[in-house]
Design a protein around this ligand. Structure first.
Ligand SMILES: [Zn+2]
Length: 71
């Protein structure tokens, strides 16, 4: 698994890419991959809270479709 390596600081919880808060084990999370950010360097690809992921989910779909040459 390649989560963002931001979770130094004593906690093993991964950090939400959107709100930068830890995603605790009782919170639902969602991994979103952007084809223009395969390694998360732009701060797009990564793990999100499900609630935080929604706007990024549709954004990722749009970007991923564009990069597949459907336009
Ligand atoms: Zn979040």
């Amino acid at each position: 698994m390649d989560y963002n390596p931001k979770w130094a600081g004593g906690s093993n919880d991964p950090t939400c890419t959107s709100c930068q808060r830890p995603i605790t084990s009782d919170q639902r999370s969602k991994r979103i991959d952007f084809t223009n950010d395969p390694h998360g360097y732009r701060g797009l690809s990564g793990l999100y809270h499900v609630e935080c992921s929604k706007p990024f989910d549709s954004l990722a779909n749009a970007i991923n479709m564009m990069s597949l040459g459907h336009f």
